[in-house]
Design a binder for this molecule. Structure first.
Ligand code: COA
Length: 215
């Protein structure tokens, strides 16, 4: 199940969020070798990990197995601040109903065609957007995602020409949020809806959920 963590409930997810920052460091710095993100404390955190960020975390018995981040496009975000040239044909897309999507990951042992984790996070993203009247998602992505998204039946439009960034072929795109995209993402791996778990409340834990020690 996907847990939505935002400024309003992040105090209830201290351990899981911390775990997620450390996994991001292992994956983006350790595995993908994006060395600009390396930090001596082993936490991958950037300027967009602020009070506006919304995290979708895939948790299995309190363990983070996947996740991603959404940032409102009316706030500073990666495409606007760092890669505006990736939107040089259609222009930066900003609005109260547009979010930017970054930092999608699945832990190595839960990846691959036999796993549902990635598609559960993707379905969770659409479920969240549909529930919050978000019409579109922008993303700075490597071009190898394009056939994967098209295979899922998503409407994906480039905002500019692809560019080589640190040896990676990247493109700025906008993805339409629709019931159809949500439904097809669920169906691709026969995932049952809803995937987002009800909000965690202070003093309560979901049945079967373990408490993770801080530290
Ligand atoms: N470059 C090119 N293709 C890639 C890729 C990469 N870095 N990572 C995944 N793919 C494509 C490949 O086609 C791969 O199939 P292959 O193993 O036969 O080459 C396919 O996606 C499946 O990827 P896989 O990693 O087996 O499983 P998944 O679909 O469950 O998870 C990710 C995909 C991207 C979520 C996972 O690989 C991951 O967490 N990677 C590290 C984080 C990351 O790079 N995120 C994207 C940028 S924010």
């Amino acid at each position: 199940m996907i847990h939505v963590v935002d400024a309003g409930n992040r105090h209830l997810y201290g351990a899981e969020l911390e775990q997620h920052f450390r996994i991001r460091h292992e994956i983006y710095v350790g595995e993908r070798k994006w060395m600009a993100l390396a930090r001596p404390d082993g936490r991958e955190v950037d300027e967009f990990d602020n009070e506006h960020a919304v995290y979708l975390l895939a948790l299995e018995n309190g363990r983070v197995v996947g996740g991603t981040r959404l940032v409102p496009t009316l706030q500073p975000h990666l495409m606007a601040e760092v890669f505006p040239f990736l939107a040089d044909v259609r222009g930066l897309q900003r609005g109260s109903d547009i979010v930017e999507w970054t930092r999608i990951f699945v832990v190595p042992e839960r990846r691959g065609s036999g796993s549902k984790v990635l598609h559960t996070v993707l379905a969770g993203m659409f479920e969240y957007c549909l529930a919050h009247d978000i019409a579109a998602i922008t993303v700075v992505m490597e071009t190898w995602w394009m056939p994967r998204f098209l295979e899922l039946g998503w409407e994906v439009r480039p905002l500019g020409l692809p560019a080589l960034i640190d040896g990676m072929n990247c493109v700025g795109t906008i993805i339409s949020v629709s019931e159809e995209a949500y439904r097809r993402t669920l169906a691709f791996k026969q995932i049952e809806a809803p995937v987002i778990r009800p909000r965690r409340q202070a003093g309560r834990r979901a049945p079967g959920e373990r408490r993770i020690p801080h530290g």
